[in-house]
Design a protein around this ligand. Structure first.
Ligand SMILES: C[S@@+](CC[C@H](N)C(=O)[O-])C[C@H]1O[C@@H](n2cnc3c(N)ncnc32)[C@H](O)[C@@H]1O
Length: 247
């Protein structure tokens, strides 16, 4: 039998107010407490209008502090409330299960301890990039990797399919302590990609707009220019297929 506490992890979507699904909104409104891990203070303020009992998980991040420690603290804070018998909602930006460790882990722990726990899907940056860049992942295939993992491990890349590299804004951060990258690290990424693609291959720096009426960043550059670009924590690198076969 399930114990009294309950957990649901929901996604806020990427665009403020308009991307959140009705079921996620309902979960937030009905929860005893809502944990939030969001990318902007505007999103935080809006969620606070839906439920005033907010606990901001952003406070656990720190410059030079391992993100693994941060995730452990987030999980501990959420589980404390679940164990006390509350109806807990944790809202993560985008889709809570896409390139996000804490939501998967906390659900796993809660279930193991006998609590009812599940995830509701959200609109992720991936969904936005398919729309903004007119990409159908089913046409040529689409590979997704975390940038540093791609740089460090030998991944078998299929160059006739799309390659999407997440977290280019912290490329090369193996200690998981940084919130930015450097020209040198981006240069190392570029050099690794030179082993797969020609130097003049066109790649796209993508940042989905997070508010209505603002344009997304869709910056097309040649691969050889990659070391000198501006990146943020919201930048995703999209590498189109090497050979565009007409289907
Ligand atoms: C920790 S992951 C979180 C992803 C999020 N759960 C989602 O569903 O989109 C952070 C990475 O997602 C991507 N990302 C987040 N916001 C984005 C945006 N507005 N536009 C494009 N990519 C974004 C970037 O690659 C960023 O480094």
């Amino acid at each position: 039998m399930n114990k009294k506490g309950r957990l649901v992890c929901v996604g806020t979507g990427i665009k403020l107010m308009v991307h959140m699904t009705p079921i996620s909104k309902q979960q937030i409104e009905q929860a005893d407490i809502v944990f939030i891990a969001v990318a902007s203070s505007l999103m935080g303020s809006w969620i606070k209008e839906l439920n005033s009992n907010i606990h901001d998980l952003g406070q656990y991040y720190g410059e030079g502090k391992s993100r693994l420690d941060t995730y452990k603290e987030m999980i501990a804070a959420i589980m404390k409330e679940v164990r006390s018998g509350k109806n807990v909602c944790a809202a993560f930006y985008g889709h809570p299960g896409v390139f996000a460790l804490a939501p998967h882990k906390v659900i796993e722990i809660a279930k193991k301890e006998g609590y009812q726990a599940h995830m509701e899907a959200g609109i992720s940056a991936e969904d936005c990039l398919y729309a903004d860049l007119a990409i159908d992942p089913g046409r040529f295939g689409c590979q997704h990797y975390e940038t540093t993992q791609f740089m460090v491990h030998n991944k078998n890349i299929e160059p006739s399919a799309y390659l999407v590299l997440w977290q280019i804004g912290i490329a090369g951060d193996q200690e998981l302590t940084q919130f930015s990258t450097t020209e040198t690290k981006l240069g190392a990424l570029r050099d690794k990609l030179f082993g797969i693609y020609p130097e003049d291959h066109e790649v796209i720096l993508y940042e989905s707009s997070t508010v209505l009426l603002k344009e997304s960043r869709i910056e097309k550059i040649k691969l050889q220019e990659l070391a000198n670009v501006e990146t943020s924590l919201e930048t995703t690198l999209v590498i189109p297929p090497l050979r565009n076969k007409k289907l």
